[in-house]
Design a protein around this ligand. Sequence first.
Ligand code: GSH
Length: 212
Amino acid sequence: MKLYGYWRSTAAYRVRIALHLKNIPFESISVHLVKNGGEQHSRDYSELNPNHLVPTLVDGDFSLNQSLAIIDYLDQVHVEHALYPKELQSRAKVKALALDIACEVHPLNNLRVQQYLAKSLQVSDQAKQAWVEHWMTIGFKAVEQKLSLSAGQFCFADTVTVADICLVAQVYNAHRFNVEMIAYPLINQVVDNCNKLPAFIKALPENQPDAQ
Ligand SMILES: N[C@@H](CCC(=O)N[C@@H](CS)C(=O)NCC(=O)O)C(=O)O
């Protein structure tokens, strides 16, 4: 399997965690999101992923974008270390929490959104920072509240799920943007617990070959 990603990409980070949790060997192919105007816009890569976003997974002659679709695929192909609970309602709850992060928080702070704010709308660095903090704060408040009903060691009781994968990658991003995290003790505890596991450590951005 090949994973087209970038060390600091939140969405690629999610897929790396899932691959490591499932012990699936893979080759990392770096798509530098900044160099040369962003390699995600190159002709070759945009043929593979017309959204000009990482990650993309290639499995033989099958290719797939969208980190959560990729994680779903991996979960079906390699059933050991299931990333969703079996029980229907728990499964739906886990998916909803993962989507709370992946749909409601992450896209608003993506590189291309920040570039548009800065270049096309001439937004100052300070206002851009306020934007990032605003959307992350709204998202994390909701996640913290939900965790008060569901968390054990991890987001849902004591088994790692796709919700933990999304949370860990998003919190990494929050630290990167200096977002204050003190108001979220449950989030911080769950993230600490995850980050002790070998799969999460291997997937850390700074542990990737293309990290600078
Ligand atoms: N919903 C997509 C999001 C993918 C995404 O936003 N990728 C970012 C990195 S985390 C990217 O490639 N950004 C490049 C850009 O904004 O130009 C997924 O989950 O895979």
